[in-house]
Write a protein that binds this ligand. Structure first.
Ligand SMILES: [Zn+2]
Length: 438
């Protein structure tokens, strides 16, 4: 006998799927873990060498301070007190780590991770598997260079790591004379603080004190940008969690900048990955982490405002939700996500997949696309831009959203909001794409 699928269970399954994909897709498409090109990373390594020795000298003064900190007693630092030796040891760890990727040899990962740190072991394993399963898997070409080390609390070192012009900050701990990939446990982070600002309630740890203030400012900028584009934001304060490490706070996949979680136990919230943690993706070394993160925070805060002050996200189609967030946060979205090339080669992702297949490959179901999710965000952006341009600005967009909210059917909503058929709307959009991005 066939299982009976009710409308209710279908809706429930769809909403669970949507939540899962909104959580991952929002941040995942911001960064793709690509291997370094060999030529480029050789240049990065060469130019990094002088700064490594300069910075080693620079930290000589502060390292004494770190070793007398009371918390350092928890993880005794014996042996390597010399900064050059620390840099050399971290570089050895990084070389082994790169070799694991280049040789597709996960057994090497055990040698680079603090064996006592469960979350860190999971992180390294997950990141490795995500990469090998991605379209870039198996290409190799990984090369990491440590350019700077800075002592932190509890005997940890925060190292600046470069990879072909990109940069990240990773933490290391000394285990039996070797500096391994590790991160502090909850106790070592210090006591979590709740900080009220005018528009937000922040939850943060002393461990990330170097970036906490900057992140608070960036949320204010996000709020101003959304207010300017959408005309209103909620009066009620929003909760923002600064996630200090992979192991503490909301469950997050590697390479996450931030995400909007509308269904957390304590109501909705924005979670930000600390820029000096393993979760945060590599960023342009000369531009710094602030730019990409600001765009993402404005994108995620748009979701919050959309959900609280306009129409619940669960009542809207994917392209409306993501297209709006892109439209508000990043005017270059279509170009940076490859829309012009797709238009030129006649590979426009359809608004509605009419092929009859069950797993629709279209912008209505953007978050379950099997490929080109990043490009789909770009096309979703163009739909919102097109509506703003040709169908009554932002008011025209909300008019369509309201019709869709009631009808849960795009052709009917377009007919009601704009008085034209879906086919005509689609044709107009495609002509507009040719004109603006062709
Ligand atoms: Zn999003």
């Amino acid at each position: 006998m066939f299982a009976r699928i009710t409308a209710h269970s279908l809706r429930r399954a769809a909403s669970i799927l949507l939540l899962a994909s909104v959580l991952s897709a929002c941040s995942a498409v911001q960064s793709i873990d690509t291997p370094a090109a060999n030529g480029a990373s050789a240049v990065a390594q060469a130019s990094a060498a002088p700064s490594a020795s300069a910075s080693a000298a620079a930290i000589a003064a502060s390292s004494t301070q770190a070793s007398v900190a009371p918390s350092a007693a928890e993880s005794p630092v014996a042996g390597t007190t010399d900064e050059q030796a620390i840099i050399a040891s971290i570089q050895e760890t990084l070389d082994l780590y790169a070799k694991a990727y280049n040789d597709n040899d996960p057994s090497l990962l055990a040698q680079v991770v603090d064996p006592k740190n469960g979350p860190m072991k999971r992180y390294v394993q997950t990141r490795f598997e995500n990469y090998q399963e991605s379209i870039f898997g198996g290409q190799g070409g990984f090369e990491y260079t440590v350019t700077e080390v800075e002592p932190h609390e509890s005997g940890f070192i925060i190292a600046t790591i470069e990879r072909s012009g990109l940069q990240a900050k990773w933490t290391f701990r000394e285990v039996n004379g070797r500096w391994l990939m590790s991160e502090p446990n909850e106790k070592q982070l210090g006591e979590r603080q709740k900080v009220e600002s005018e528009h937000f309630t922040f939850y943060m740890y002393p461990w990330t004190k170097d970036v906490n203030e900057k992140l608070m400012q960036q949320m204010d900028v996000a709020r101003e940008q959304v207010l300017e584009k959408l005309g209103k934001v909620p009066d009620l304060k929003a909760n923002v969690y600064i996630k200090p490490t992979f192991g503490v706070g909301a469950v997050t996949s590697p390479n996450t900048l931030a995400f909007y979680d509308r269904n957390s136990r304590a109501g909705d919230r924005i979670v930000i990955a600390a820029p000096n943690s393993y979760v945060f993706p590599f960023y342009d070394a000369s531009a710094g982490w602030e730019g990409d993160l600001q765009t993402t925070l404005t994108h995620e805060y748009t979701h919050l405002v959309n959900n609280r002050s306009f129409t619940p996200i669960s009542r809207m189609s994917d392209w409306m939700v993501e297209g709006l967030a892109e439209y508000v946060s990043d005017p270059t979205s279509a170009r940076s996500r490859g829309v012009p090339a797709a238009v030129a080669s006649d590979q426009i992702i359809p608004i509605m997949d009419t092929s009859g297949q069950v797993n629709k490959q279209d912008l209505e179901h953007l978050t379950i696309l099997e490929q080109d999710v990043g490009l789909a965000y770009g096309f979703a952006f163009t739909l919102v831009e097109f509506i703003n341009d040709k169908h009554g600005g932002m008011d025209g967009f909300w008019k369509l959203v309201q019709s869709y909210d009631q009808k849960q059917n795009l052709p009917a909503a377009i007919q009601e909001a704009y008085g034209i058929s879906y086919e005509q709307f689609d044709q107009e959009w495609r002509a507009w794409l040719e004109e603006n991005y062709g």
